[in-house]
Each structure stands twice: as structure tokens, then as C-alpha cells.
Design a protein around this ligand. Structure first.
Ligand code: XMP
Length: 314
């Protein structure tokens, strides 16, 4: 196997982006993750001011994410404009329970929103950080990743009015991290754990609403804080569908939310092993979630590998 050469990759992709965009204006949406960050930096190297960086606050991002992204990118000389589109996204997912339906509804709102913003900014091209695993899973029918269109026969130019350029689409996550390091991105981006494009919307099983969003956001913050030092590919809570009975300290009946914890090791996201987390850590997580996240009565630990499960629940 030929060794991946990140220096050569960067040179080739800068030339590729220049050639694809030419005299047009492009936009790139940052999510705080390594894929979109690498795409943006390659884009700025190729296009300079003809690239506009945006952050979509769609309501399914983690607490403090918009501020974090703006700060990191300001640090490397890139201005990011934040768009608050929470209402549109929440509205578009209303009443949808099925995982695939939800993903498709998210994708539709995502690209419609892009389309509007691109028009406002005079852009006709979207630079997107799609990677190989996203395409393989969507094309293989495992799940509809939010950022895969052309590979499943949807023409973005016809449907949404812009062309999509995907410089990372042959890479897997470990290679993207090599490119990120070569580009000099800060460690907090290079090593950031992956976060799915549809964000917390797919970590609430079944229908999404504001109350459940608040539960999953608080639980996510706790998991991120408690497991920041753990070596793993991903660590996150999921809010299961349905409720479980519990008892309060006053012996009253409680009927509350069920949180599952998912912590996995993986190289390329195509397969994964659950992490045998120390019991003390698990107990601390359980204690904090039960104490600090109102309405949760049960915390479970997922010990399923991929396959047969996927990393996310939806
Ligand atoms: P699964 O759940 O398919 O996840 O085993 C594999 C990796 O992909 C992430 N993931 C997504 N990323 N859009 C994304 O950008 C999506 O729709 C999406 N779904 C899953 C997941 O977090 C894991 O890292």
C-alpha cells in the first residue's frame, strides 16, 4: 500500500479547489470538527477572500460550540459568520420519528438554508468536508448521511442552485487528521472527536422537541467534561425513546428519560469496539447525569460493537 502523503495531498487539493471555483465565490460551513476545518483551511489557501466561512446554529449543536468555533478560527485569521437557524430546523423535524426520515428532513433543511445563505453572499459553490466513510455508508444504504447528494443521484445545482466541491472525499478520518496536523491546525481540532452533521437531532431517538434537546445538551456537556482525557474515537450520550419508572428520595414515583452512554474506539468509523470504561468513571457519569439533568431516571451503558450496531443510534 502506498503511504498517504499529506503534503502532496494539500498541494493537489489547493490546485483542485482553485480549478473548480475559478472566479466564483464559495462558502464553507464549519461545524467545529476536523473535516470541515480542514476543508475550510484548504479553501482559504486556494481562494483567499473569495471563500466565506459560516457556522449554522441549527439548535442541534453542543453548548458553546458557535463561540468555540469562532474563537479557534479567529486565532488562525479566519472570520466566521454565525447564522441562527434554530427555528427552521426544529420546525422541519416536527412530528418525525423515523431515523431515516429525520436524516432526510435534516438534509433538506440543511441544503435549503445553504441555498439561501449562498444567494445572500453571492456564492455559487459550497465547499464541503464529506469524507469516504460518509459516502460508503450512504451509498451502501446503511444510513443517509446529511452531506451526501451527488453520489446518490441528487444534483445540487439543479435542486439547490449551487455546485458542491468535496476535496476530502477519498479520505478516511485518520488521514484527515494527518492533513489537519500538516496544515498546522490546533490540537483541539486535529484530535477532536467526530460529531455527526445532524448533531444532537440524531442523538434523540424518535421525535425531537425542545425539552429533549435541553436534556441531551446538558448530558452531552457532562460526558464531554468527564471524559475529555479518555482515549477513544467517540464518547456521547443518547436520549432513548420512551420513559422508565424510578423512585425519588421521598419515595415518590418518577417517570423519566433514559440516557444511554456510547463510548467507542475506532480508526476509520467503518468498524468500532465499545470501550471498557472504568466503573468509577461510569458511576461518576451516572451520578452527574442523574443529579444535574432534570427528568432523567435511568442511565445505561452500550456494549455493542460496530458491526452489528453502528456508532450512532440512528
Ligand atoms: P455510524 O453511526 O454510521 O457513524 O457508525 C460513523 C461515523 O459517522 C458519523 N456520522 C455522521 N457524520 N453526518 C456526518 O457528518 C451524518 O449524518 C452522520 N451520521 C453518523 C458518526 O458520528 C461516526 O463518527
Amino acid at each position: 500500500m502506498i503511504r498517504f502523503n499529506s503534503k502532496k495531498f494539500i498541494e493537489e487539493k489547493i490546485a483542485f479547489i482553485k480549478n473548480e471555483v475559478r472566479d466564483d465565490v464559495a462558502i464553507v460551513a464549519l461545524s467545529g470538527g476536523v473535516d470541515s476545518s480542514v476543508t475550510a483551511v484548504l479553501g482559504f489557501k486556494a481562494l483567499g477572500k473569495s471563500l466565506k466561512a459560516i457556522f449554522l446554529e441549527d439548535g442541534f449543536m453542543r453548548i458553546g460550540e458557535a463561540e468555540r468555533v469562532c474563537k479557534v478560527f479567529r486565532g488562525i485569521g479566519i472570520d466566521v459568520k454565525v447564522y441562527d437557524v434554530q427555528k427552521e430546523f426544529l420546525e422541519s423535524l416536527k412530528g418525525i420519528r423515523d431515523a431515516e426520515e429525520k436524516r432526510k428532513a435534516f438534509r433538506e433543511t440543511f441544503y435549503r438554508t445553504f441555498s439561501k445563505i449562498a444567494r445572500e453572499l453571492g456564492a455559487s459553490i459550497v465547499l464541503q468536508g464529506t469524507i469516504a466513510a460518509d459516502i460508503v455508508e450512504t451509498a451502501g444504504g446503511v444510513k443517509t448521511q446529511h452531506n451526501v447528494l451527488e453520489q446518490i443521484g441528487i444534483n445540487p445545482l439543479e435542486k439547490y442552485g449551487f455546485k458542491i466541491v468535496e476535496p476530502l472525499k477519498e479520505l478516511y478520518k485518520n488521514q484527515v487528521r494527518l492533513v489537519a496536523r500538516e496544515l498546522g491546525l490546533p490540537d483541539e481540532i486535529v484530535n477532536r472527536r467526530p460529531f455527526p452533521g445532524p448533531g444532537l437531532s440524531i442523538r434523540i431517538l424518535g421525535e425531537v422537541n425542545e425539552e429533549k434537546l435541553s436534556v441531551i445538551k446538558k448530558a452531552t456537556l457532562i460526558v464531554d467534561e468527564e471524559l475529555a482525557d479518555i482515549e477513544c474515537f467517540q464518547a456521547f450520550p443518547v436520549l432513548l425513546e420512551g420513559k422508565a419508572t424510578g423512585v425519588g428520595e421521598d419515595s415518590s414515583r418518577k417517570y423519566g428519560y433514559i440516557i444511554a452512554l456510547r463510548i467507542v474506539e475506532s480508526n476509520d468509523a467503518m468498524s468500532a469496539k465499545y470501550v471498557k470504561l472504568d466503573w468509577h468513571r461510569l458511576e461518576k457519569l451516572r451520578n452527574r447525569i442523574l443529579k444535574e439533568v432534570h427528568g432523567v431516571t435511568r442511565v445505561l451503558y452500550d456494549i455493542t460493537d460496530k458491526p452489528p450496531a453502528t456508532i450512532e443510534f440512528e
